[in-house]
Ligand binder design. Structure first.
Ligand SMILES: *Cc1c(COP(=O)(O)O)cnc(C)c1O
Length: 359
């Protein structure tokens, strides 16, 4: 705290990202990064980049990337917004659409950046309880609101809702913007992108950080009606004209175009996830049905905080949230098959864990 801080920042509680350890030899299953490298085509763009070009500013409109995404999702370029990671796209979304007199509705347990943006932009919000086993029941988002946001699949709970539920919500809720954060959608859930043709108040946000292995490049995007995209561009052009550098724009284009590599790596992660769920069940863990590249799991009788500490002592990082209601769960990123075997073998070595017959 400093007397020089503005009144507005004195009361902020910033988001705390998962740890990025400096030491080597750590198995990192704590920030939902992809265990596979980016597409070799994206890598080639970077290694072959002519650095003399960096003298100039990057394209403020990111046209090449918007065109690649528009082609991929079968929408117009005017329906695509890009930003420096989907966190930035989300920030502009909050500023552009949610500063209303009515509260923004969001799930009680969801991406913890949403409440942070509410504080930063002075947006009132209301948390809606989740159902049994953290199910997202969109019928519960029925009160008048200044906007609705949820992640699908939700984080950190890993569960997804179907498109039918989302469309029913859009039919009921026509007076405010509905944002679906699809950071994890490529790991087995249904995307709402096609619904943006029909519902002018739907904004779908995705990222290159998870399914396209480019977390370090910081590229995110939104798809929606032209009027929503124009609103986002107004905020962006009042904040930073060049949010994406040349390497980010061009490597992201190559990554979108390499569909084969994308399909191969996402499928591998899904297969590894299902293997991990079964092995962990044999060790007494219960995992929620995941449509993401992570598991949200609790042990039948051991405490999550203790397990997190045990894994850390064995150089395996997983994410733990001390928030009441989810404080007995671990969020475990799906790594390579080798990394997940190491996790399972390490858990099996815990003094209080034994392999049981769950059949
Ligand atoms: C990882 C994540 C993001 C942020 O992704 P970036 O594009 O890396 O900023 C947004 N929403 C959810 C739910 C996430 O898990």
């Amino acid at each position: 705290m400093s007397k020089y801080w503005s009144d507005a920042i004195q009361r902020l509680t910033p988001y705390v990202p998962g740890e990025q350890p400096k030491e080597s030899g750590i198995t990192k299953l704590n920030t939902n990064e992809n265990p596979y490298p980016p597409s070799p085509k994206a890598a080639a763009v970077i290694t072959e980049f002519d650095t003399d070009r960096l003298r100039l500013y990057s394209d403020p409109d990111c046209s090449k990337l918007k065109d690649a995404l528009a082609g991929h999702f079968k929408v117009g370029r005017e329906n695509v917004f890009v930003g420096n990671g989907s966190d930035e796209v989300l920030a502009h979304t909050f500023a552009a659409f949610f500063r209303n007199d009515l509260p923004l509705l969001m799930p009680e347990f969801t991406y913890s950046f949403y409440p942070v943006y509410c504080d930063l932009f002075d947006i009132q919000s209301k948390q809606v309880a989740l159902g049994e086993e953290f199910a997202l029941n969109l019928e519960d988002y029925s009160e008048s609101n200044g906007g609705i946001i949820f992640a699908n699949p939700n984080a950190p709970t890993s569960r997804a809702v179907g498109l039918g539920d989302i469309e029913a919500l859009l039919q009921r809720n026509t007076e405010s913007v509905v944002v679906v954060d699809e950071a994890y959608v490529d790991f087995g859930a249904e995307s709402a992108v096609d619904l943006t043709h029909k519902y002018p108040n739907l904004l779908v946000i995705q990222t290159f950080s998870k399914s396209r292995s480019l977390a370090g490049m910081r590229v995110g995007y939104a798809i929606g009606h032209e009027d929503l995209i124009t609103g986002l561009e107004m905020v962006k052009n009042s904040f930073n004209s060049y949010p994406l550098d040349m390497l980010a724009i061009e490597s992201a284009v190559a990554a979108v175009e390499d569909i084969e590599y994308f399909n191969e790596t996402t499928q591998q992660i899904i297969d590894t996830r299902e293997w991990t769920v079964e092995r962990m069940a044999e060790l007494g863990f219960i995992s929620l049905p995941s449509k993401t590249n992570f598991l949200f799991s609790r042990h039948r009788f051991l405490e999550a905080a203790e397990l997190m500490g045990y894994l850390r002592s064995k150089k395996i990082l997983v994410r733990y949230f001390s928030k009441p209601g989810i404080d007995n769960y671990l969020r475990i990123t799906i790594g390579t098959p080798e990394e997940m075997k190491l996790l399972v073998d390490t858990l099996e070595g815990h003094p209080d864990i034994f392999k049981m017959d769950v059949s």
